[in-house]
Design a protein around this ligand. Structure first.
Ligand code: GA4
Length: 329
């Protein structure tokens, strides 16, 4: 067992570093500029619950502008950042994830982006007059994420041979939707240098929502669990967006799509910055298998529930819990 004599690290668990062969060499890649077959998206959602999109049309200038603003935020003094915390769940948080005792080697800013204008946010930093460039980059980025999510969910609908292309996308559109944006900063952890292990940045979990879109800088750290239970590292790609299937989409597809378990391991030398958009439905939205998808005689695998009910249960759970468990029939 590795013992690192540092009280700060005491509570955060270590993860054995993957062998070089455990890097996922071929992440399913969906090129949005070409006519990638919607079957490829469906295959990726069934096998992994994870893929990346390239040629997505989101300007790298905007992504970099927002990232620079985010880095500026995390570079502020601890007392300045603390004015926007503690995260409950929204706002600035450090090491504590959620409200049930999970911890990780990161700091973050969690924002409910459906609640615009940001200058009236409950998060002090967003209200601050000096944050106007952050707010405008955030607004632009979120607007593009909504479009991207819509495009990707329409391709999924095509691949599933749903007659109405908007069958899934309409569930995460409109001002009632429960949309979250997460900015994560994983500082380097030099104490780990020389050990064949990493420190948990963000512990293993699935995302409760429909879909998540992640963009990170060039520091790796994201790992996903394959269906055989093996964990593999995902090479970073700062120009692409990584898409996760969330629990709610697993239910809408009656288990055809897999809500992918993932985690982040902190790096000993480089800091990782990621920005994740979570597309969730309105609180009153019923989450149940799409009738158009069900084959003759097929039964729902899940009890009926609304997104609000699921979300409430999720926020009472620990990160690694199998949150869909209590909703199985
Ligand atoms: C995982 C996905 C999103 O990051 C998040 C997380 C949320 C939080 O950080 O407050 C949760 C986690 C996430 C699922 C279980 C609960 C709630 C932490 C936690 C222990 C913002 C979300 O919506 O669910």
């Amino acid at each position: 067992m590795v013992v690192l004599a540092n009280p700060v690290l005491d509570q955060i668990s270590l993860i054995k570093s993957p062998d070089p062969g455990d890097y996922l060499s071929s992440i399913p890649t969906i090129d949005l500029s070409s006519s990638t077959s919607p079957d490829d998206i469906v295959r990726a959602c069934k096998e992994l619950g994870f893929f990346k999109v390239t040629n997505h049309g989101v300007s790298m200038d905007l992504v970099e502008k927002l990232e620079a603003e985010v880095v500026k935020f995390f570079t502020m003094s601890q007392s300045e950042k603390d004015k926007s915390g503690p995260s409950n769940p929204f706002g600035y948080g450090s090491k504590k994830i959620g409200m049930n005792g999970d911890v990780g080697w990161l700091e973050y800013l969690l924002i409910a982006t459906s609640a615009e204008p940001f200058c009236e946010s409950s998060i002090a930093f967003l209200r601050d007059p000096s944050s106007s460039s952050f707010r405008s980059a955030l607004h632009e980025y979120i607007t593009l994420m909504r479009k991207l999510v819509c495009q990707v969910l329409e391709l999924m609908a095509d691949g599933l041979q749903l007659e109405q292309r908007d069958t899934i996308s309409k569930v995460v559109q409109g001002s009632e939707c429960d949309e979250i944006f997460r900015l994560n900063h994983y500082p380097p952890c030099p104490l780990l240098q020389g050990f064949n292990c990493g420190l948990t940045g963000f512990g293993e979990h699935t995302d409760p929502q429909i879909i998540s879109v992640l963009r990170s800088n060039n520091t790796s750290g994201l790992q996903i669990e394959l269906s055989d239970g093996r964990w593999v590292s995902v090479p970073s790609d700062r120009e692409a967006f990584f898409i996760n299937v969330g629990d709610s989409l697993q239910v809408l597809t009656n288990g055809r799509f897999r809500s992918v378990k993932h985690r982040v391991v902190a790096n000993s030398l480089k800091s990782r910055v990621s920005m994740i958009y979570f597309g969730g439905p309105p609180l009153a939205q019923r989450i149940a298998p799409l009738p158009q998808l069900m084959e003759e005689g097929e039964q729902s695998l899940y009890k009926d529930f609304t997104w609000g009910e699921y979300k409430r249960a999720a926020y009472k759970s620990r990160l690694a819990d199998y949150r869909l468990g209590p909703f199985h029939l």
